[in-house]
Ligand binder design. Sequence first.
Ligand SMILES: N[C@@H]1[C@@H](O)[C@H](O)[C@@H](COP(=O)(O)O)O[C@@H]1O
Length: 243
Amino acid sequence: MNILTFRSNEELNEAGAGIITGLVQTNPRAVLGLATGGTPVGIYEEIVKSYNKGMVSFKSATSFNLDEYVGIAEDHPESYHAYMKHHLFGHVDFAAERTYLPNGNAENLEQECARYNQLLEDAKQIDLQLLGLGHNGHIGFNEPDHSLVSGTHIVKLKDETRQANARFFDSIDQVPTHALTMGVGAILKAKMILLVVRGADKAEIVQKALQGPITTECPASLLQTHPHVVVLLDTEAGRLLNA
Ligand SMILES: N[C@@H]1[C@@H](O)[C@H](O)[C@@H](COP(=O)(O)O)O[C@@H]1O
């Protein structure tokens, strides 16, 4: 595991964007696993800047998003469909037919999970999976539990996760109770994983995830088993790591 700590958000964003654009420059047909939440916003901004300078094109790339809420419309401002359009897809040249997100409004959610799994299987392997980290160690929406699921599945969000995401909604009651998420099997199958974490409030979970026991009670700890993980931290998020 390659852990890099940055003193400023700017440097962290440039490093994250540089890894992603560098991959697409060398492999224009790269398959990217993309994440949402507050953490990647600055990285997406840097990617858009590089695109606007003509340094990179995504027209032959493919993307899979990790997750989507169940039961809010795609055009709801807090849906992950809307998030991706707002922060990335609306500004760069990804081909719409090669940007995939689970559909949290599908009539049959089980079938939707199966469809998404099939798409992932057809793509063979994600070249780079971008991840943020939940305060309880969740990755995507794979919440801590006594067992974890390998493929795309429906998940009941923990109260703490809904609380954490309530800042994006008018009130906690509006935060969806369920989501569809790629499973840990699909995440760990990626060739490379880029985990990004910021802020003092995540320092404890960063230490547990990267240096604690490998346990389904902290899904991110499973990343310790992956052969190619790069972690980008700000100094606050990294402050409890043992040298
Ligand atoms: N499903 C997302 C995750 O993909 C994200 O990494 C995490 C942290 O979010 P944030 O970056 O806003 O702290 O929680 C969200 O609920």
